[in-house]
Structures are given as C-alpha cells and as structure tokens.
Design a protein. Structure first.
Length: 546
C-alpha cells in the first residue's frame, strides 16, 4: 500500500498561533486547478491565464470548487475548504497554501492569540508606550544623524536601510498609527527595531526604546477590535495601559495605505512572491528615454554636482566615500541620447566584486513591482536585455553586468573565476528577462550556454546534447526544475545541477537538495551563481582526472 507522511507543527509567532500541516504527497498542480475552475465557470480563460501559481492554488477555497471526479458523501461538493477558510477568518485568522508538484503540500493556519504571558519590548512613540512581542524581535539598531542622511534611502514614498548588505524596509511607527511627526526630531539619530513579520524582515522606527519585560496579554475591547495594528492590551507596572502592536497587522496596514515598502522589499529579496515578478528601479536619460534594472542590484542612490566629475585615464570618476569611483554614461555603450547638461546628476551605485561603480542618469523616476514580460525585438543587443511597455512608455531593460564589462573588461576578473571556460551549460528558465540575464552572466565568464524556456525543452536537449552542467529555475510551466532534476538524476547521477530561484526559505532549499540539486543560488546574485558553477565544474574536473 502507498505510504505517506503527514507532519503537524504548532508555534507562536507575532501574537498568533501558527499551525502547519505538511504532507509529502503528489502536490497540487495549478494547471489542473485553472482548467477545473474554467470548466465550472468560476473564472474565464483569460482570468485563468493571468493567475500566478500561488493565486491558482487559492482557488481550492472558492465556494463550489472541487477537483473530485465524482460527488460522494465526503467529497466533490466544493464546500470543505471554503468552510475551513470561512470559520478561521471568523476567528480573525488566515489560511495560506503552498504546494510543489511531486513534493507535497503545506497548509499554514494563523489564529490570533487572545490571552498569554509573553516577553515584550517596550517602545515609545509620541509620548505613548507600546509593547512589541519579543518573538518578533530580531535586533535593535541605532543610526546617528550622519548615518540617517547617508544610509537611509528614499524611493517613492518608501524608506529603506541596507543592513549588512540586505535591503531592510523601514516603517515609521508614527506613520503606522497616523500620528503627526511635526514634533519629532532626529538630531540624535533614529532607533530601528528590526522585526520578523511572518518571515519578512523590516525595521520599525520608534522615538525611543525603554525596556523589556513580561506582560499579560489581554484582548482588545470591541471599539478597538477591528484596528489591525493592535494585537491586545497590557497593564504596565505604573498602572497605565499600553497597547500591544500586531507586527503583521502593521505591515498590512502600511501596504493598504499606499506605502509599498514591504511589497518592494519582498520583490527585492524574493520572499513570498512568484517567480515572474521583480521589483525594478526606473530611471531616465533626458525627457524621452527610460530604463529599468533590478533594484536588488543597487547598493545605493546618490546625487552629485556636475562640477564634481573628474577625468582620470580618459574615464570619468568621482571622489566617493574616500576613494575614486568610476562613473558610467550609458550613451558611451548604448545607442541612446547623451546626458543633457544639468547642474546635478543621479548616481545608481553598484557594489560588486568588492568594488564600487555607478551609472549616471538624469533622473530616478520610480520603483515598482510588476510581472516582467520582456520583449527582445529590435532592442536586443549588448547591454540591453529587451524592452517592455511600463506606464505607457517603452522602457529598455539594462544588462548591468554587460555594461560594466563593456566599460571595464577586467572589472569582474578574480583569481577564482577567469574567462575562457569551455564548459557547455544547459540553462532552463521560462522568464525571458531572467534567461537573458543568466545567459549574460555565464557567457561573460566564457561558458557556452544552451537555452531552454522550460523543463520539458531542457530535458529534451539534455538527452541529445553534450552537457557539462545544468542551471535550472524551480518554477516553470510544463515541467518544473525539481521534476527536471529528478529525470536527469535517473540518467546521470554525477552531472552538477545548480538551482537559481527567487523562492526563499530553508524548506524550498531542502526540497531542491532532496531532488538532487547540488547548489541553490539567488538569480540576481551573479557572483555567487558563477562561483557555484565554477566550483562544481572544478570539482568534477578533479574527479574525472583522478
């Protein structure tokens, strides 16, 4: 008989009880869900095509939806999962679903905690005290006034701070609570409470940090019950009442108010989102030409005066944080208009290979999250990955690594990775944007790249071509990266396989390693992708020589 494992976990996080139920079954196929929903008339074919895999999975909670072939006393009526979701939401909870075909399904139920004794951090904002459950607390950071000016980035209406290389969205508690900031002073810097909200890190900016103590959580009164930023109340030692902050509720409230900081950071880090989405930085050279690049590649944004530019060895540089930093004008390498004369220019600074380099543009236009549908067309050439219509304007996607290499061919050279590699690499990636970018990474290092737009095409090529290493995305149509890996391992147990993905988390990583993947890297991290490829090929070469 068939044997399966069902794992249940329960834990406390962010003022909620989290219940996870995981199986190791066949998983849920989002394509079948789309087809069944169209068949039952719940959605149109156009709507089905526009659904991401994550959105398609949520169809099982729709009233009247069922994948059962026959209606019985226990299945097929489309009410089971709908009732589950409805009743949990009545308790103020949520249900999340994650499934990988061939690997299993996880259902995560979150239910608010109504009464408990918990350790909490007491903070102040506008003269009022608030309690933050310590289960959400990661660390405390204080920025002096100089660091606030240099290290806190503002994009659109959102603030970010790069903490040890990771982009951290900032949420001001006063803003979350709709408290005026007129009387707030930053002459002493700012206090950041780094918090974990359901797996997402963000920094909560508070006026002051008081102390930590154990508090008794009491439920909110009926008049405060529907305010999402509060999880409960507690009576402090001096007899005054303090409100307990709902960390997940704060992020949701900020998102609904139009502040995209959490959404933007998710895109940058890849947490909790679909593969096809990417958060982009939009910039312009003059009034007519617009460009996009992944925000995750950007170290910081800055402004300079035109008079600060210097010429050294025939190239432009600027004195930047104690050293000379090369500055790249796009018109020197792309068929675009020259930068117009301005008193000030914007710098997009990258920190790669332990060096700084910057693109100089007229204006930083915006930052936004979208499902990337890049067309190669007439714009595909060195330094350009393709184009797309964004905000009713044709926007060119910059190949950052290619442009930097065109400016300085030795910029990425290291002792560990030298050009001229002769290996043939099979690349499986369904997104045109990422496929072009990854091909650029690998080709610039001297590798020959064979491209496949999905796992099925890659499997066909693997059987007919001589391949030294496979680089594969995880989420792809027709055949995903895990299934491709399993098929390859049935035929070849030794060939190195590197997964490149936006899916984060140890669970996703472990599923890939269990399927036979050798290494697991983020798509946008060129250095780590190439290091993994080079290391695995070197190890295989040594094994073959032995």
């Amino acid at each position: 008989p068939a044997v399966g494992n069902l794992t249940m976990k329960a834990y406390h996080e962010g003022g909620q009880v989290i219940i996870e139920i995981t199986d190791d079954g066949a998983g849920i196929d989002p394509e079948k869900l789309r087809a069944k929903a169209v068949e039952k008339g719940l959605i149109s074919e156009d709507q089905a095509r526009s659904l991401s895999n994550r959105e398609a999975l949520m169809l099982i909670f729709q009233p009247g939806f069922s994948t059962a072939e026959k209606v019985t006393n226990i299945s097929g009526r489309g009410v089971g999962m709908d009732v589950v979701k409805t009743n949990i939401e009545k308790l103020g909870g949520t249900v999340e679903l994650d499934s990988v075909v061939g690997a299993g399904t996880t259902v995560k139920i979150k239910i608010p905690l109504t009464l408990a004794i918990i350790p909490a951090l007491i903070v102040n904002s506008a003269g009022q005290r608030y309690a933050i459950p310590q289960v959400n607390l990661v660390e405390l950071v204080h920025l002096n006034p100089k660091a606030v000016k240099t290290d806190v980035q503002i994009i659109g209406n959102s603030e970010f701070y790069r903490l040890r290389g990771e982009i951290l969205p900032l949420i001001r508690l006063r803003k979350a609570l709709n408290i005026s900031e007129e009387d707030r002073s930053e002459t002493d810097g700012i206090n950041i409470v780094v918090l974990n909200a359901g797996g997402r890190l963000f920094g909560l900016v508070v006026d002051a940090i008081s102390d930590s103590e154990e508090i008794v959580v009491k439920p909110l009164g009926s008049h405060l019950k529907n305010i999402p930023v509060f999880a409960g109340t507690t009576l402090m030692g001096d007899g005054r009442v303090a409100l307990i902050l709902d960390i997940v509720g704060i992020t949701s409230s900020i998102a609904s108010s139009g502040d995209d900081s959490m959404k933007q950071a998710s895109a940058v880090t890849g947490i909790g989102r679909d593969e096809e989405h990417q958060f982009l930085l939009l910039c312009s050279v003059g009034p007519q030409e617009f460009f996009a690049l992944p925000l995750a590649l950007v170290n910081r944004l800055d402004k300079i005066k035109a008079s600060d530019l210097e010429f050294v060895g025939g190239k432009e540089v600027i004195q930047y944080r104690g050293h000379s930093m090369p500055v790249v004008r796009l018109e020197n390498y792309l068929p675009v208009s020259p930068l117009p004369d301005q008193e000030e220019y914007h710098l997009i600074v990258f920190h790669m290979n332990d060096k700084d380099i910057a693109f100089m543009v007229s204006q930083i236009e915006d930052s936004l999250d979208l499902a990337i549908d890049v067309e190669e067309g007439i714009f595909k050439q060195e330094g350009i990955l393709g184009s797309a219509i964004i905000k009713d304007r044709t926007t060119l996607f910059l190949d950052v690594y290619q442009i930097i290499t065109m400016h300085d061919p030795d910029f990425f050279l290291t002792d560990e990775l030298a050009p001229g590699q002769s290996a043939r690499i099979l690349l499986a990636e369904d997104s045109t944007f990422y496929r072009n970018m990854l091909t650029s990474y690998l080709s610039s290092a001297g590798y020959e790249v064979l491209e496949a737009e999905d796992g099925e095409k890659a499997w066909s090529m693997f059987q007919t071509e001589s391949i030294d290493l496979v680089v594969t995305d995880i989420e792809m149509p027709r055949m995903d990266g895990l299934e491709l890996t399993r098929k390859i391992r049935e035929q070849d147990t030794d060939i190195p396989i590197v997964a490149v993905t936006s899916l984060s988390g140890e669970e996703n990583r472990q599923k890939g390693l269990d399927a036979g993947i050798n290494d697991y890297q983020a798509k946008l991290d060129r250095d780590q992708v190439l290091y993994a490829v080079n290391t695995l090929l070197s190890e295989r070469s040594l094994e073959n020589a032995a």
